[in-house]
Design a protein around this ligand. Structure first.
Ligand code: VGL
Ligand code: ZN
Length: 212
């Protein structure tokens, strides 16, 4: 019954001023740093995902010739066309400057294949390829995940649903998440869907007091 903290895409481009800014995205950084401290005290691993696209990524609206935020298809999968974001080695792909990087044990990058998007920290959207995250966690005997980050309605949601499908007991620190909300209630619906699939929605305070 070992636990790890999974931080999703706490990167500049998802924060105010970034290319795919999520409202109040920067406000979750302080939550992340507090959750990291809790884990450091308890000796629990902390891992982070990082959206890491080549400039040629076909999820970028400019390559599809479509308007950002509209829906199309990519390699047979539904695809939201995104603004150019989290391009490898660009400042937008960096973690937020206030994030306690020293407190993170391992980073898992995703989205490198230009032909397919990769919301989940575990698999690409077609479940065709897998990151090293699951094997890393299994190697450490992790059975429980506490998750938070950006964005609630995309990378957080798909990571949590995959974690549950892979058999992890999974909790979500709700105030550590913010959503894109192409539709105003997308984040609310994402929280409901994750909860329906078995995720525990918790507050940072209860995590600090031992709940997960
Ligand atoms: C994300 C859209 C595109 C996310 C990443 O981190 O939620 N969303 N790439
Ligand atoms: Zn992306």
């Amino acid at each position: 019954m070992s636990t790890a903290l999974l931080l999703i895409d706490l990167q500049n481009d998802f924060c105010p001023g970034g290319a795919l800014a999520v409202q109040e995205g920067d406000q979750v950084i302080a939550v992340a740093n507090q959750a990291i401290e809790v884990c450091r005290r308890r000796g629990w691993p902390v891992v982070a995902s990082q959206d890491w696209h080549p400039a040629s990524h076909r999820s970028f609206a400019i390559h599809a010739g479509e308007a950002p935020g509209t829906l199309g298809t990519l390699e047979g999968l539904p695809q939201v066309w995104w603004p150019v974001h989290c391009v490898q080695d660009q400042p937008g792909a960096d973690f937020h400057p206030d994030l306690n990087l020293a407190g993170i044990d391992q980073v898992f990058r995703k989205g490198q294949n230009p032909d397919i998007d990769s919301y989940s920290a575990f698999f690409d959207n077609g479940r065709r390829t897998e990151t090293e995250l699951d094997s890393w966690l299994k190697g450490k005997g992790i059975t429980t995940l506490v998750v938070m980050g950006l964005a609630t309605d995309y990378c957080v949601k798909y990571s949590v649903l995959d974690a549950l499908a892979l058999g992890y007991t999974t909790s979500l620190i709700t105030e550590g998440c913010r959503g894109v909300n192409l539709q105003p209630d997308d984040s609310e619906r994402a929280f409901e869907e994750m909860q329906q699939q078995g995720a525990h929605l918790i507050a940072l305070k209860s995590f600090e007091m031992g709940a997960h």
